[in-house]
Design a protein around this ligand. Structure first.
Ligand SMILES: [Ca+2]
Length: 94
């Protein structure tokens, strides 16, 4: 598999995760363990929705004027969720 294909798959996965997070109204999102990762997203990622993942804030960015809010990443978190599995979470303005 070429690097371009792997990159395309990774970008697609990240955009899909953004779209899941953006499309879920905040009031309707269930987060059983309170780690701010919705249960539905945890099931997709195969993490336990009843165990709070400990992600560390690794980057915080000012908002960019003119950038669509759904693409304006303001915070990035990173952490180990299982032996060799790592999770990166990006929060966008909206
Ligand atoms: Ca959760």
């Amino acid at each position: 598999m070429s690097c371009h294909r792997v990159s395309a798959i990774a970008v697609t996965l990240i955009l899909w995760l953004f779209s899941v997070l953006v499309s879920c109204p905040v009031a309707a999102v269930q987060d059983s363990d309170g780690d701010s990762l919705p249960d539905a997203v945890e099931r997709q990622l195969a993490t336990d929705p009843n165990f709070a993942e400990e992600l560390e804030l690794v980057g915080e960015f000012p908002t960019k004027e003119g950038c669509p809010p759904e693409f304006d990443v303001t915070k990035v978190y990173f952490g180990n969720v299982a032996q060799d599995r790592w999770l990166c979470r990006a929060l966008q303005l909206r």
